[in-house]
Design a protein around this ligand. Structure first.
Ligand code: GAP
Length: 447
């Protein structure tokens, strides 16, 4: 994990938020490569779950909503962790983690073992508070949303009425969520600001259990399609005794991170709980009318809810590799390579002129890079030995390197004129490709 964190900083994937001021615990910034990686993930999730499906539509809700939403959802009352205060060090700790949390004054001891006097556990709500308007009154109190899902429930009726969707159908959303986690940890895994990719799939009661299993399969296939094999994901069915009382089935999808097996996504069959609560609290008719039985009913819902940041971290962990390769002068050297699925790679291809002091090579390489840029994220690099330039791209996870060389210019005869060297990141093998085929070749390789 240390090597991964160091690579992420060195290559500009992830930085500590506000780093020059000492950072802020639980907040992270994504640098150029991290931002591209995140975008590839979110775009592909949207494509698979919204654009490729007839039964799904998307939405983009506000982060701040009427406080009544969080009363209805139960978050205001129950979205909390039990906390204990230490009267000696004035620290506040999660009551269920006292055995695993180091004491602030004597880190060799756990909080449980430290002799400081502790309070009884008290509920600490995880929602960040703010005020909408200039007066900091109870009336103006608002929360930063702790999940994106509620915006979908409260807009269910509007979307149903305007989109002409019929059950079963889903509403998808990607967006920021905020939780004042007591103990942010494991790098970006548990943050205070993060992004979720959530689906609420509305259906009839009799279809809920079956659709939950179908979503499980669909979501496992998604992870495979971004380069996380099924063998690295554990499906944990939550037993009834640990499930929310309204849920009839819940799966956690867990990934084998270097720091342990931990949750990537939850798939919960939430019955009609959420819409019923909003009907109760808002007094608005969110039921739909069943033509066949001529009766109104509240749709049930299956919720696949995934974290962007956790999936990005899993993608980086899965891609990270170090291997011995032949180096200069017959010696071997270590190469660090991120073996991202081409679909997820932050930079899809790097274009290199073989030599930077040969203007025809530079001009041809720049022309190719400019032609590719409207279609993908492309790197252009002309400095240093070509081997070193390949290594730099290996570390960034760029799957393909395209070199403009003397063959391209036709200096070695007509047979190879107008062709480029295409170098594959994983195998380090090279082949020649006509320059006019580079764009369509890349398009199919990264789709
Ligand atoms: N609407 C359901 C819901 O929010 P959740 O299990 O609390 O369920 C869903 O969150 C997903 O959001 C998690 O599986 C995880 O990927 C991500 N997530 C939750 N809390 C997080 C945190 N503090 N940091 C990063 N990701 C988080």
């Amino acid at each position: 994990m240390e090597n991964i964190v160091s690579l992420c900083k060195r290559r500009g994937f992830i930085f500590q938020s506000s780093e020059i001021y000492g950072g802020l615990n639980g907040f992270w910034d994504y640098g150029p490569l991290g931002a591209e990686l995140k975008r590839c993930l979110k775009d592909f999730w949207w494509r698979r779950n919204v654009r490729e499906r007839e039964d799904m539509v998307g939405m983009d809700g506000a982060i701040i909503m009427n406080r009544a939403v969080w009363r209805a959802s139960g978050h205001e009352e129950t979205f909390s962790d039990p906390m204990v205060d230490c009267k000696t060090c004035k620290g506040r700790f999660r009551a269920d983690q006292l055995d695993a949390t180091p004491c602030r004054q004597k880190p060799s001891l756990t909080v449980a073992a430290c002799p400081g006097e502790k309070t009884e556990p008290r509920a600490f709500n995880l929602m960040f508070k703010s005020y909408a308007g200039p007066i900091e009154s109870d009336e103006n109190l608002v929360y930063l949303r702790p999940e994106t899902a509620q915006a979908i429930f409260v807009q269910f009726r509007n979307i149903y009425d305007t989109s002409r969707m019929k059950l079963p159908f889903g509403i998808a959303q990607i967006g920021k969520a905020f939780r004042n986690e007591i103990n942010p940890r494991n790098y970006t895994f548990r943050s205070r600001e993060f992004e979720q990719m959530e689906i609420e799939y509305f259906c009839r009661a009799e279809d809920g259990l079956r659709l939950t299993d179908e979503w499980l399969e669909h979501r496992l296939r998604f992870y495979e399609d971004i380069g996380i094999p099924r063998s690295k994901i554990r499906v944990h069915e939550i037993p009834e005794s640990e499930r929310a009382f309204y849920s009839k089935k819940t799966y956690d999808l867990e990934y084998e991170f270097p720091f342990g097996v931990s949750e990537l996504e939850g798939i919960a069959y939430r019955t009609d709980y959420d819409l019923s609560r909003h009907i109760q609290h808002s007094g608005k008719p969110l039921e739909i009318f069943d033509e066949a039985s001529r009766q109104k009913f509240v749709p049930h819902v299956v919720e696949p809810s995934a974290g962007v940041d956790r999936t990005v971290l899993a993608l980086i962990c899965e891609a990270y590799d170090e291997e011995e390769v032949p180096g200069e002068g017959g010696k071997t050297e270590m190469r660090t390579v991120l073996r991202f699925h081409p679909r997820m790679a932050p930079v899809k291809a790097a274009v290199f002129p073989l030599l930077k002091n040969k203007p025809e090579l530079v001009a041809e390489a720049r022309r190719l890079a400019a032609n590719l840029r409207p279609h993908f994220s492309i790197a252009y690099d002309e400095s240093g030995a070509i081997g070193r330039r390949y290594r730099r791209q290996d570390e960034a996870g760029t799957p393909f390197g395209i070199t403009i060389d003397f063959d391209t210019l036709g200096e070695n005869g007509p047979a190879t004129k107008g062709t480029v060297t295409l170098r594959h990141r994983d195998s380090m093998t090279q082949e020649r490709l006509p320059i006019k085929d580079v764009l369509p070749w890349l398009q199919q390789a990264v789709f």
